[in-house]
Design a protein around this ligand. Sequence first.
Ligand code: PLP
Length: 375
Amino acid sequence: MTEDSWTPATRAVIAGRPPHAAGAAVSPPVELTSTYVSWEPFGGNDPGVYGRMNNATWRALEDAIGSLEGGTAVCFSSGMAAGAALFSLIRPGERLVMADSSYGSMLAMAAQLAAAGRFELTSVDIADTTTVIAAMRGAAWLILESPTNPLLQVADLATLGAAAADLGVRIGIDNTFATPMLQNPLEFGASVVMHSGTKYLAGHSDVVAGALVARRPELVDAIRAYRGLHGAILGPMEAWLTLRGLRTLPVRLERQQASAGVLAERLAAHPAIARVRYPGLPGDPGHELAARQMRGFGAMLSIELAGGVEAADALVAGVRLWVPATSLGGVESLIERRRRIPAEPDTVPEELVRLSVGLEDVDDLWSDLAQALPG
Ligand SMILES: *Cc1c(COP(=O)(O)O)cnc(C)c1O
């Protein structure tokens, strides 16, 4: 049997491990070296000769992420480093269509590159499929998230993928929120998948990492060449930590999203909450699409407080179990009013509080929220 014939839950455990052989390490080692023995002539991006182009611990991690996403993974020092590599694939003067509710730093980098004349930029509401397709005419790339951070909007991946194929547009999808367990964008025709490995893949709030995944060899080569030249490489220890975290992604996510579903329902019934954004709720605008294209609804949700910013800040200040912190996808539940961050786009309501549901007992998580909510 080849590795690919196992299910994703199994591949998360076995991918990237050394082959079964007597005396072989079961866990891939952390390869701490900056250079490799070599004396033949070599080109700048040849693998195997220098630590900016090659590392065995990266390869183990890349095998695992690639196996789960169905492509070839290239790891980076952060999600944003992966994002920079994704933007580098856009040729000078081409036009990029991007969701106006994308991750704030991705929007900021796109705006900066567009202002510097690298490419043209069109912003769209990613949940408005007709408008997105109209904006794609004459564009070279569409970059989106689904579900989006932190509005939990869902894009129609099948329709956008088909339109992109017709129009000759390439799609890059940030799959950080869904993770490869719930959604594989390459199957919907995306050319590149992006991950902030900092979040669910590593899963323990102890490492910053990123990755791109692509199928077409020329894209994979371009991404590797960009990393080798610009140097935003993942440290071997960070690669190892990310891989170690990835081993438990399927079980973590299963539990986390079950708890998120329970909390979303209880929050939706609470008088202090004006709106719950969670694609798992039947009334959510993204529910039907998410049910069609995802294998679960994920463990991120956002709430809007009826009492506005004051009530939102009081909630974050009043919890004792939930950790007030940015980031997401770890074993510990995190809570944050997103607009406290100046760079957060104003498509995000001021009173929106984002919840990253961790592995604590769901009733403990609920009682902590309930005691901190007004009334
Ligand atoms: C965190 C995040 C990023 C950026 O990743 P870093 O690892 O923090 O650089 C990009 N996209 C999304 C959706 C994120 O949540």
